[in-house]
Design a protein around this ligand. Structure first.
Ligand SMILES: [Zn+2]
Length: 158
């Protein structure tokens, strides 16, 4: 699937970088644990771990930094190490729960420049051998019970 995208107006991008109207600042501060994009699994010291609503790749999660920075190197050394540790903690928990064969950690932020990491378990025989996989190429939703069960499993393994 090739979806043609265009850059947002430059002023809008610069505002987002400053944190103005940043959807991930809203997400990381939200009190409700479920929204369109996902289910909150846990709040770690410097990040919030969320199970993505789209489970076209089983276990696909997003780890959102609780501080608005564009790049990891804008964090203090202490926070940088904490964020990395939390990525590893989440990745190991996902491997343990989903028995994946590889873990992909994608820090991109090209659409929303607020530090976050897509954590994507990979499975033998999945649809993108040798390449990154794009969860949004397919959409799979679970039942409410299935989401709750997965959130509970990951949370208890963290
Ligand atoms: Zn933000």
């Amino acid at each position: 699937m090739t979806e043609r995208r265009e850059w947002m107006p430059r002023a809008e991008w610069d505002a987002l970088v400053r944190g103005e109207g940043c959807p991930l600042c809203v997400e990381v501060a939200a009190l409700e644990s479920v929204n369109t994009y996902g289910h909150t699994i846990a709040d770690l010291r410097l990040s919030r771990l969320r199970l993505a609503s789209n489970q076209s790749v089983r276990g696909y999660c997003v780890l959102i930094c609780s501080k608005h920075v564009r790049e990891p190197y804008e964090l203090s050394g202490k926070d940088r190490r904490a964020f990395f540790e939390e990525m590893m903690q989440a990745g190991q928990a996902l491997e343990s729960v989903f028995q994946s064969i590889k873990m992909n950690f994608e820090i991109l932020g090209n659409a929303v420049p607020h530090l976050h990491c897509h954590i994507i378990p990979r499975y033998y025989g999945d649809r993108a051998p040798g390449l990154p996989i794009h969860p949004d190429e397919e959409v799979v939703h679970l039942t409410v019970e299935e989401y709750e069960q997965q959130v509970a499993s990951i949370r208890s393994t963290l």
